[in-house]
Ligand binder design. Structure first.
Ligand SMILES: [Ca+2]
Ligand SMILES: [Ca+2]
Length: 317
């Protein structure tokens, strides 16, 4: 986390007021809050013990907490690209980090407190303006906690029970908190295990606002799940990362597969984990499930489209 960009509100469709004089309820306002480098274990409602996040926890208490939501990527720029395009990193134009990342000098807990205060202020303001009921608030983080800079993710156990950090495709790098509050629509204090990712946001927001998506998307709207209705599942999720030798990962059901050093060794080992058995990805069980490994390798090959800027060497192999 850095103090400069801890909070980003990029979608606020103000629809309140008397412009469209329809008899039905006006479409909701949408607020999406994206924290920077906030880990899966960095909120009290996700188990943080060293500090508390009372305002953000209110979103969980009054809305829905997602246990299996994923960022677009393990670093900021491509992650946000997935959010804005509705595509995964095998299809987005931006696949590497180009941003400037200042080191955090303030104490980590103080930064989180500031973030938490901001969220409290937003909720207070909505109440004050009488907009609370007709506003849906999303809160997520753009990638896992980072090891560089002032933060001490070991001390704070910022990745919670997950393995890895920012720049990893292990769960700690890409699984993020997601809280969604929408009074009288989303059941207060509910939890969802739906497997979703940043590329689902565009179709979800489109459905909420009644807009037709004309662009191609890898995402699936999770509005039905938010409303407690039957939710369509992904066949798989896919990520690729072009630093540290190149990495790809896929999740299909509870299976998680990963390839490291893909540029050096495109036909190298594929790691395989069963997240229903252990969320911490400690035991690679690839050798006992060759059929699953084969399927996951097919998925990873199929999901990646070549890009002029971000190529893996296996494309020329
Ligand atoms: Ca970030
Ligand atoms: Ca941990």
């Amino acid at each position: 986390m850095n103090s400069g960009t801890t909070l980003l509100i990029f979608a606020a469709a103000a629809t309140a007021g008397c412009s469209s004089a329809k008899k039905d309820a006006p479409p909701p306002n949408i607020i999406y809050i994206l924290a920077d480098d906030l880990g899966y274990g960095d909120l009290s409602c996700y188990g943080q013990q060293k500090f508390s996040t009372p305002n953000i926890d209110r979103l969980a208490r009054e809305g829905m907490l997602f246990t299996q939501h994923y960022t677009g990527s393990t670093v900021s720029a491509p992650s946000r690209s997935c959010l804005m395009t509705g595509l995964h990193t095998g299809h987005t134009p931006i696949r590497a980090n180009r941003e400037w990342e200042p080191e955090g000098h303030a104490a980590f807990a103080a930064m989180i407190k500031q973030l938490d205060d901001y969220v409290g202020e937003i909720m207070e303001k909505l109440c004050e303006l009488g907009l609370e009921k007709n506003t849906i608030i999303f809160f997520a983080s753009d990638n896992g906690p980072h090891l560089e800079g002032g933060a001490d993710p070991y001390y704070f156990d910022s990745n919670g029970p997950l393995r890895g950090y920012k720049r990893d495709l292990y769960e700690g790098g890409i699984r993020t908190p997601l809280l969604v509050k929408w009074p009288e629509k989303i059941k207060a204090g509910s939890t969802s295990d739906h497997i979703s990712a940043f590329w689902d946001m565009m179709p979800t927001l489109a459905e909420i606002s009644g807009t037709e998506l004309t662009e191609q998307t890898d995402g699936i709207s999770f509005l039905p799940g938010l409303l407690g209705k039957k939710q369509k599942e992904h066949e798989y999720l896919y990520w690729e990362f072009h630093e540290q030798g190149g990495k790809t990962a896929a999740r299909m059901g509870n299976w998680k597969a990963m390839k490291l050093n893909i540029n050096q060794d495109p036909r190298g080992e594929t790691e395989l984990y069963d997240l229903s058995k252990e969320i911490g990805e400690t035991s690679n069980i690839a050798s006992s499930h060759p059929d699953i490994v084969k399927r996951m390798e097919e998925i990873m090959k199929q999901a990646h489209t070549s890009s002029e800027i971000f190529t893996f060497s296996f494309e020329n192999y």
